[in-house]
Design a protein around this ligand. Structure first.
Ligand code: PLP
Length: 397
């Protein structure tokens, strides 16, 4: 990842089709299209790639999460359990609906800890949102069991893990609803785009209407369509979908390159006894979009990041000190810095969050280094990088 590293003629051709017929919108204008329905075609390709019954494209991954939750009826005052390690999009998508984000610890998978989830369940809990960070996954069996036992919805954010699998199912297809992002830095990119996937027909119909102003999409006269319920505009454009269509057809090519590059780096780092790797649950197969490893402690992790910088090893992060991905630096959330008034329940919940510590998450995130696996590296470049990484780590521990 990211898919833009390999842009070429395939993307150009799909995009040119849209420009040639001039229909930039995914719905309507049947006569002008000359048979080009890029969003529909991308939904169909995603159905096959993700082995699911229904796909609804939306404008981005953050809106995919909001649309998924709304489609299953999650809203004002409902609690949604989410991990401390994710992207800010997770709580944004929950707050947008007036629902309450409840943050809980991760474990050595770098995903939600099922025991922490169970301990956080209250009478207001409606859903558990698992985030498959950095190309791998949480222990999905354990989480599915907790959700089943407590009758909770399981929503899977697989924005960073397209192509990963668990018990031979694509990540994103395991929960009741799955969410994907095709933003500019994801493995498959549209520029901006996202998708909600599900095997539940009702959730799908809700997502289809909700993401287009509540339009029922019956017949071919948009002006005459009815609105069974309120919706918003989370549509994708044909221009974006066209790029995504070319990219999704290249997913197996991208995954193959990611795996080769990941394996070279992992084999090299395995020679250092102090380095351990993130746990991938039994039955899990990573998408290889990132290589994640642990060092003995926060101090050695920070030192390693510094040595990486000095030796020109880029795209590696220790998320403990990161503003985007870890709860420690989310002060705007903890301080409820909203442009508009938030509900009393949300403010109370954020007040509780601001007082909370997450020792178990700190333990894993503090020691973790996460390295992006690029698609544009040559084999020689990856091998050189591996040597530099080993040297930098050895000098820091
Ligand atoms: C990228 C990302 C999102 C949000 O996607 P956008 O398309 O950028 O809105 C959500 N969750 C995770 C884990 C992501 O990495």
């Amino acid at each position: 990842m990211p898919g833009f590293e390999r842009f070429g003629d395939l993307e150009r051709k799909e995009l040119q089709d849209v420009l040639d017929n001039g229909v930039l919108m995914r719905y309507g204008f049947d006569g002008m299209r000359n048979g080009h329905w890029k969003a529909k075609a991308l939904e169909s390709e995603l159905k096959t790639a993700l082995q699911c019954d229904y796909v609804q494209l939306v404008s981005n991954g953050t809106s995919a999460v909001s649309v998924a939750l709304a489609s299953a009826g999650v809203g004002a005052g409902d609690e949604v359990i989410m991990p401390t390690f994710t992207f800010v999009a997770s709580f944004e998508a929950i707050l947008l609906l007036g629902a309450i984000p409840v943050l809980v610890d991760i474990d050595d998978t770098l995903g939600l800890d099922s025991k922490a989830v169970e301990a956080a369940i209250t009478s207001k809990t409606k859903a558990v949102m698992v985030v498959q960070m950095c190309g791998s996954m949480a222990n999905m069996n354990a989480l599915s069991q907790v959700c089943e036992k407590h009758n909770l919805l399981l929503v899977e954010d697989a924005c960073q893990a397209i192509g990963g699998r668990y018990n031979d199912k694509p990540l994103g297809s395991i929960g009741d609803l799955g969410c994907f992002s095709f933003d500019f830095v994801k493995t498959v990119t549209c520029g901006e785009g996202g998708a909600v996937i599900t095997n539940n027909e009702e959730y799908y119909t809700n997502a289809d209407h909700f993401s287009d102003h509540g339009h029922d999409h019956v017949g071919n006269d948009r002006g005459a369509e009815t609105h069974p319920f309120l919706g918003y505009n989370f549509r994708i454009s044909e221009l974006h979908a066209a790029v995504g269509l070319a990219q999704i057809r290249r997913l197996s090519e991208f995954l193959e390159v990611q795996k080769i590059n990941y394996t070279i780096l992992r084999d090299a780092l395995s020679q250092i006894p102090e380095v351990t790797f993130r746990t991938v649950p039994d039955g899990g197969q990573e998408s290889y979009s990132f290589l994640n490893f642990f060092l003995p402690n926060l101090e050695t992790a920070r030192k390693t990041i510094e040595s990486f910088k000095e030796s020109g090893v880029d795209v590696c992060w220790n998320y403990y000190d990161n503003n985007w991905h870890y709860v420690r630096k989310w002060n705007h959330l903890k301080d409820a810095k909203s442009l508009f008034p938030l509900s009393k329940e949300i403010k109370e919940a954020l007040g509780i969050l601001s007082e909370k510590t997450f020792t178990q998450s700190d333990h894993y995130i503090g020691r973790n280094i996460s390295c992006l696996i690029k698609l544009s590296w040559t084999e020689e470049e990856v091998k050189e990088r591996a040597i530099k990484m080993v040297e930098a780590i050895r000098s820091s521990i």
